[in-house]
Write a protein that binds this ligand. Structure first.
Ligand SMILES: Cc1cc2nc3c(=O)[nH]c(=O)nc-3n(C[C@H](O)[C@H](O)[C@H](O)COP(=O)(O)OP(=O)(O)OC[C@H]3O[C@@H](n4cnc5c(N)ncnc54)[C@H](O)[C@@H]3O)c2cc1C
Length: 423
């Protein structure tokens, strides 16, 4: 139990950004303290191990063969396999579409139309415009590709497409150096934060409520009514928490930092996990639908098949509003329409994960709305030699909204802390 105590560096949050920062500081000979509001590690990485195969309730994939995550996997002796197993490198070819509850043939002309339009928007290089307005400019109102392209961006970016900046989104994709292949960790994503945390000092169930700071240090006020004095703080709480003034800063953060916090947006995702006794669907990478559940993919293992449902953007809130039982029933109905009645007999159980109502994430990941192109640089900047900011939203190299972007941000904040200590 913490009483009033003193640390050189305190890190707020035991997600991968906080753990990456803490690891680096420990390697440099410091003894950082990590404070975590939840009773578990990993933040938006959260693997479920209730049945035999791990199932990802939060982050699912390592996005890219060059992602920083691989450095940690190598240190940990952990592996990741190309996903989807059967169709590595050909995921677009194995993407399927469903319209009005019916799975369309694999070679539907719609698939090619959607891909072309999606890539056109991805490569946009023009003045500020929303993704929705750009897609409307590029298509006729009756173009069926329109809906699927917009819903794919809503899912991938977790965004409201009428706010999502096409210019910033395309720029972030051009900067992205992680690569295009997806990978899945057979041991579950959570084994990564478990490895990162193994030699660190972490206090769970402790929320930082207030940071009283000055140019040479800070006092943290905790939910357990204790306080901690520290020279430097690394803040890794999600953007949505900063927007809600959690933790509260005294004095207030500089105006430019506050503007950056409010210029960016936290996106919404609701995820479904459905466990089955056996596979009773055709092989595919993703199925994109025009139902309430916008995308499906196969997770689990060959012996423990699982289908994951994914809804990003405003529709995520619609699915979540059905509640746990209603959302699972909705997902099962849509799956039965897509794949037939055998789905119902093979069904073991389902779970809905509503990231928007999780008090410690209040959303899924950040996106860049119209006019917020420079905000991440400002968000990432330290304040005095006291407050350092990390977390996926502070990524400035196109790796926003990802695990590897969060890891890199933790490394960046740790380096800045170490530089600050020399001055
Ligand atoms: C549904 C979903 C799917 C995703 N899919 C992928 C994917 O496939 N691939 C990918 O690369 N990324 C994916 N992501 C994004 C990825 O999970 C995040 O970018 C990354 O995990 C963020 O790490 P972080 O350390 O920045 O934040 P977090 O993991 O959110 O860590 C912040 C920590 O701070 C704690 N905290 C908050 N407030 C306080 C407080 N006041 N005091 C103390 N502690 C506090 C939180 O409990 C949390 O543990 C997904 C995210 C979601 C939600």
């Amino acid at each position: 139990m913490i009483t009033h105590s003193s640390y050189d560096v305190v890190i707020i949050g035991a997600g991968v950004a906080g753990l990456a920062a803490a690891q680096r500081l420990q390697e440099a000979g410091l003894n950082p303290l990590v404070l975590e509001a939840r009773d578990r590690l990993g933040g938006r990485i959260w693997s479920d191990y209730n049945l035999t195969a791990p199932v990802e309730l939060g982050a699912e994939f390592i996005h890219g063969e060059h992602a920083a995550t691989w450095q940690l996997l190598a240190q940990a002796g952990l592996t990741a396999e190309p996903w989807p197993r059967e169709v590595a490198n050909f995921k677009e070819k194995f993407r399927r579409y469903a319209q009005a509850d019916k799975l369309l043939p694999a070679d539907t002309v719609l698939a090619e139309q959607v891909l072309q339009l999606y890539e056109q928007v991805e490569h946009y290089n023009g003045p500020e415009i929303s993704v929705e307005a750009l897609v409307q400019q590029l298509t006729q109102p009756d173009d069926p590709a329109r809906f699927y392209v917009l819903s794919r961006f809503a899912c991938v970016e977790a965004a409201e497409v009428n706010r999502l900046s096409a210019k910033s989104m395309a720029e972030e994709r051009r900067q992205n150096s992680a690569g295009g292949q997806n990978f899945h960790m057979p041991t579950g994503y959570s084994t990564l934060p478990q490895f990162m945390a193994q030699y660190l000092t972490i206090e769970y169930h402790v929320a930082v409520q207030q940071i009283v700071w000055h140019d040479h240090g800070a006092t943290l006020h905790l939910s357990n009514e204790h306080t901690i004095d520290t020279h430097q703080v690394i803040i890794t709480v999600p953007l949505s928490l900063l927007q809600a003034d959690i933790p509260h800063f005294e004095p207030a953060l500089p105006a430019a930092k506050q503007q950056a916090i409010h210029a960016l947006a936290m996106g919404q995702v609701t995820k479904l996990a459905f466990w089955f006794s056996h596979v009773c669907w055709p092989s595919f990478s993703f199925v994109n639908t025009d139902g309430l559940v916008l995308a499906w993919w196969a997770g689990g293992s060959p012996t423990q098949p699982v289908l994951m449902g994914y809804v990003g953007g405003p529709q995520a809130l619609e699915l979540a509003a059905l509640g746990q039982t209603g959302a699972v029933a909705q997902g099962l109905t849509e799956l039965t329409q897509l794949f037939g009645a055998e789905i119902e007999t093979a069904f073991i159980k389902g779970q809905m994960v509503d990231w928007s109502s999780d008090p410690w994430s209040r959303g899924a990941y950040s996106y860049t709305p119209l006019g917020a192109g420079q905000a991440r640089v400002e968000l990432a900047a330290p304040v005095a030699n006291t407050l350092f900011f990390a977390g996926e939203a502070t990524s400035v190299n196109g790796h926003v909204g990802t695990v590897h972007g969060a890891i890199e941000s933790g490394w960046r904040a740790a380096a800045a802390v170490l530089t600050g200590r020399q001055s």
